[in-house]
Design a protein around this ligand. Structure first.
Ligand SMILES: C[S@@+](CC[C@H](N)C(=O)[O-])C[C@H]1O[C@@H](n2cnc3c(N)ncnc32)[C@H](O)[C@@H]1O
Length: 257
């Protein structure tokens, strides 16, 4: 899962090419400050009790997340915090109240929890083996705290998409995804899932942690299907936050499924 020096250098070159050195310095400082602000939302309990948890502050509330170290999906990745920070600090531009949201690869559930606390109707998805811990975290942090209880359900990328999420009846205002692109063999299926779920007016908010070239090239392939806008660039964390919409309206698409 680790990045190489070269990847990081390329990534930095890509983002700084045409910027004067002085401006780069100011931008870097601002990016560092933003990264620090995001990471400061995490805390550990002062007294360790029988159950281990990590704390996060979002939507004005304390959120307790139980992780497990044996599965990627049972750990919380910094991209999730980046996405939650953006949502928490852009509540007017992205008012989530009563919006339909689906999260892909929800993991420990932070994004699902924060979007639910911000008023959305959330469908939280991941692989079957992740759902127990995800459901536990979602229940403990949303029960009695949000107007729409989130739904936790399986979505294995590319599998039974039309059967489980029919295009005619599933309309999502937002698709959320944090750190779903890394060295796994399902990148094509992930792309297919974005394509299937994204309607003409759906906004994808996707936090991407840059690691190795083969996975990083997913961004270029993604751009062929979706308009991409960079919302955050945090080189210190190797994370970018994007918003995306369909390039080709579904209505102009010859649907063969
Ligand atoms: C690096 S973790 C990120 C978890 C969470 N979004 C976060 O940022 O903390 C990647 C997530 O993608 C999920 N995932 C991996 N392959 C998948 C697949 N084929 N179908 C559905 N989810 C998958 C994993 O189970 C895991 O929850």
């Amino acid at each position: 899962m680790e990045n190489t020096e070269n990847d990081q250098n390329d990534h930095e070159k890509e983002t700084k090419n045409d910027t004067p050195a002085e401006a780069n310095g100011v931008e870097e400082e601002e990016e560092d400050e933003l990264s620090k602000e995001i990471m400061a939302r995490h805390f550990r309990p002062s007294i360790i009790k029988t159950e281990a948890w990590e704390g996060y502050m979002f939507a004005g509330l304390e959120i307790r997340i139980k992780e497990s170290t044996d599965l990627y999906g049972a750990m919380l990745w910094p991209s999730a915090m980046v996405l939650c920070h953006f949502l928490d600090t852009h509540r007017e531009a992205h008012n989530l109240e009563d919006k339909n949201i689906i999260e892909l690869g929800a993991g420990t559930g932070l994004v699902t929890i924060v979007t639910s606390l911000l008023g959305a109707k959330v469908t939280s998805t991941d692989l079957p083996e992740i759902l127990g811990n995800l459901q536990y975290n979602v229940n403990r942090n949303t029960r009695g705290r949000c107007r729409h209880p989130p739904l936790v359900t399986e979505l294995s990328w590319g599998k039974d998409l039309e059967k489980r999420f029919p295009r005619a009846s599933c309309h999502f205002d937002y698709i959320m995804a944090a750190d779903v692109v890394y060295a796994h063999p399902f990148l094509n299926e992930l792309m297919e899932t974005f394509e299937h779920l994204c309607q003409d007016n759906t906004v994808i908010l996707w936090a991407m942690r840059f690691r190795l070239d083969p996975e990083n090239s997913f961004v270029g392939r993604f751009q062929k299907l979706f308009h991409l806008e960079e919302l955050y660039n945090l080189p210190g964390l190797k994370i970018k936050l994007y918003s995306a919409t369909r390039r080709c309206p579904r209505s102009q698409h010859l649907d063969t499924t």
